[in-house]
Design a binder for this molecule. Sequence first.
Ligand code: ADP
Length: 578
Amino acid sequence: MHKASPRWTDCTCFHRRGRRWEDVLEENGMRLRTRLALAFALLALVPLAVVVPPTLTRLRDTLSRELDARMEAATASAQESLERSSATARRAVEELVDSTSMEDLAREARDRPTRAIQAGTAEALMKSRGLSVLALFDREGRVLSSGHLPARRGDPDPALFAVTQQKSPRPVPVRVEVRTASGLRQLPALVTARPVDFGDLRLWAVGGVLLDESLAQHLARLTQTQVTLLAGDTPLASAGTAEPPTVTKALPLGDAATVRLVFSRAAAREAEQGVMRAFLLLAALGGTFAVLLGLLVSRWMTRPVEALTEGARRVAEGALESQVTVKASGEVGELVRTFNRMTSELKATTERLMASERIAAWQEVARRLAHEIKNPLTPIRMSLETLQAAQEAKHPRFQDMFKESAGVVLEEVDRLRRIVDEFSHFARMPKPQLAPVDLGELAQSVLALYATPPTGIQILPTLQTGVVARVDRDQLTQVLVNLVKNAEEAMASTGGTLRVRVRSTEADAIVEVEDSGPGIPLEHRARIFEPYFTTKDGGTGLGLAIASRILQEHGGKLEVGGEPGHGARFSLVLPRAA
Ligand code: ADP
């Protein structure tokens, strides 16, 4: 009867690589939910990811084109404004040389060269014509009078006089030396030269406009930019502001000066960032919404899986016919139907299996019992036949023989009774009444029966308390008594040590009974749990069979160990209770 009756938690078909299948299902439910949530989030974010980069590029293009157009327009209007200043200066100089006052001045200069042209002459003419540069030169390039630098009178000014060599009537940019509040400075100006002839006298009038602060201010107002006038790298005048980031455009005026226009890109950047922020907000909102939706949908989808998980757990706990009632379609629906079919068959199959196992086990027991009963019958029969023969032959020692034979018969009948008693005990074994029991205390109470062990035998207990299992106290006591009795019998002739240990692992509660007797030969190990296997005179061979069966009924097992020749160890392994 040591063969295990089937228990469904042991069945390998419910395991997948060592994991319980309900755990696998539950894990799958979890994974499906995460996957769906992620898929939805992806679904929401992918279109955004596809749309955002080209939109941003397009926006950037548009903004940059707009800036280009603005820069072009501003540059054009700045150029136009410079052109206008140039034209105004040209007209003013032309009108001046054609004027009667200039003719008068020339005539007087011919008649009375020393007096006609004085230091203040050019300044008066310059102001009257709205010019900011005017110098009158003689034929050789000596300054006769200077409006913008009166102190130059009598000296040459080759830089300014060089303008007289220009073929074009248009003003040209040159650097002119002027006196300002901060001393003498070189300032850029648009200047043109015209000859004034009277008879054989020739004068040169060289005039124009300075490019200074007021021009910068005018251009800044006109173009809505920051304008800087530069002579080489030196800034001369600046007006207007431009918020960074900026783009710069330079407008060269010959070698004399550069007009630098600084455009602000702040507005464009603001627009770009605004769009980016809007997209990010959209992505965050869309993503959150999609994840929530995904979770909701997956909850709805994983319900059948969870119901299956619950069903599987119930089956594992022993409710073999438990059914899953959840509406599901497709593969999951098929799975639910299969599960229900399987569990409804499960109980019947289990019962059939257990019944056939029981029958097989009992047949084996009956076969052995018959054998056991047959053994005493032979000596009984022989004794009776001997007596019969002796009586017929009127044997003189019949009286003695009768006494002897009666002894044998009585002894064998006693043995028969013992066999029948043990068998009926074995057959009647009641179902265990389970309750939490501290195995340390139980072992203690069993060992108390052996307070004075047989001579030569020492008992060494190591009993951990708090190791609890759900067991039938009486049946487990019977097992322990039996194991201790076997150990004592094994050490009866030699003496030795009996160790009793109670310990636990994470899942199991364990009681070990170990002796230092002869141990169990390997060839006997497979058989000692069989009913009627014994190596002792007068043994029944039922003790270990009963013990093993009790442990099986508790969901545990009885294991045999120890090295042959050095002792035997029996371990009771039981599921540990919380
Ligand atoms: P019985 O004690 O009536 O023989 P058991 O079923 O208790 O029946 O034991 C079966 C056999 O197992 C014993 O006859 C013996 O050969 C062997 N056995 C049991 N316990 C021990 C032990 N502690 N040391 C050595 N052999 C043992």
